[in-house]
Design a protein around this ligand. Sequence first.
Ligand SMILES: [Zn+2]
Length: 109
Amino acid sequence: MDLNNARDRLNALKVEIEEMSKNSSSGRQAVVLDQQSVGRLSRMDAMQQQAMAQAQERNRAATLVRIDQAFKLMAQGEYGYCLSCGDEIVERRLEIDPTATHCVACKGG
Ligand SMILES: [Zn+2]
């Protein structure tokens, strides 16, 4: 596992997520403001959109936590090893998800 490469990818992912959060937080505010003036149907649409935006925001927050955890594991020299069984996490898996903390066997995929 190339740690520098993984660190770069985690940093890039973090920046990307923070950008998306910034963009969508103004979107969420707009939805709230519009609710007074729109009809019932579009209000439901707006609420659905808001719920979706909130779910996405939660996902992003969870990913940021995982990224920070990955950085912590790197600092401890334990990045790339399964937190359950201690086996090395295959590189292919870390390529797909650089925040993975469990091997395929322990995570089930
Ligand atoms: Zn494992």
